[in-house]
Design a protein around this ligand. Structure first.
Ligand SMILES: [Fe+2]
Length: 286
């Protein structure tokens, strides 16, 4: 039997989960977040520290710190959490392509990420399984939002990352490098083929029209009500809708810091000769 505890990171509307197996107290943390001010460059760990306190209070042993994908809107606390709690950092094998893309884009080759090093402890391939105490976790590759997106399935609970939003939120953008609306639709169809009572746990909730926070629904509810992919919408309807919406979206506010750190599992870049750490920001005339 497992327990699931959700933590809401208000600044990025991210839901991060601590999942543990009750008998063994083995735990995994999914989609962690650091606190970050883009304005000042300051990072802090108030949110991650709530999870560390939860782990301590419940006498849990962290086996895994998992990412559903390389996020573009918040900075992962995986490396920080590992330094405090141990465990292994895992992500989908597709992250290798994401790393290549952004190492090249930012002309990065420094101690937190290089063309040769792999900052993740384990990269999961489609259908891989691992155990959490007496429970089994299956990894389902669910590319589309990004090409490294994966879903972690345990005891009828699917942690879907940004592959789906709540039914009234629809779906996430598909216009990042490696993203594809067609591929996302196929991944969602795969999730929608899970048993109807499977609970889908989302990574984000933007609380449309000011409604209260919600972050899970069943496969049956998603299939019936999702405003983009439910209600009988066809693949072509979805692709047209998704692509036309993506054309008008601005880049995420934290895109540049997020991807530079998240492709390195949240490990900060090394200090420059002056003792300070920097992230890169491309500039160009419009
Ligand atoms: Fe995302």
């Amino acid at each position: 039997m497992i327990s699931i505890h959700a933590f809401f990171h208000q600044a990025s509307s991210t839901i991060s989960y601590v999942v543990y197996e009750q008998a063994s107290k083995q735990a995994m943390i999914i989609d962690s977040a650091l606190d970050y001010s883009a304005h000042t460059g300051k990072l802090w760990t108030e949110f991650a520290d709530q999870q560390i306190a939860f782990i301590a209070n419940n006498n849990l042993h962290v086996e895994w710190i998992l990412e559903t994908h390389a996020h573009a809107d918040h900075i992962s606390a995986a490396y920080y959490l590992k330094s405090k709690l141990g465990g292994r950092i895992g992500a989908g094998a597709g992250v290798v392509e994401v790393q290549k893309t952004f190492i090249e884009f930012f002309d990065l080759d420094c101690a937190n990420i290089t063309r040769e090093s792999q900052p993740f402890d384990h990269l999961f391939v489609d259908n891989e399984t691992f155990s959490l105490g007496n429970s089994e976790v299956s990894v389902i590759a669910t590319p589309g939002h990004t090409n490294d997106s994966v879903t972690y399935l345990i005891e009828g609970n699917a942690f879907v990352g940004d592959t789906l939003f709540m039914p009234d939120g629809g779906t996430a953008r598909c216009d990042f490098p490696g993203g594809s609306a067609e591929v996302l639709f196929a991944s969602i169809e795969r999730l929608h083929r899970l048993p109807e009572q499977t609970v889908l746990w989302m990574c984000h909730d933007y609380q449309p029209e000011g409604r209260e926070l919600k972050y899970n629904c069943t496969v049956a509810q998603s299939k019936a009500d999702n405003i983009h992919v439910g209600r009988g919408n066809s693949r072509d309807d979805f692709v047209k809708l998704r692509e036309s919406r993506d054309e008008n979206l601005d880049i995420p506010r934290l895109l540049y810091p997020s991807v530079q750190l998240n492709i390195a599992a949240g490990k900060l870049p090394p200090k420059a000769a002056n003792g300070k750490r920097f992230i890169k920001q491309p500039i160009a005339f419009i």
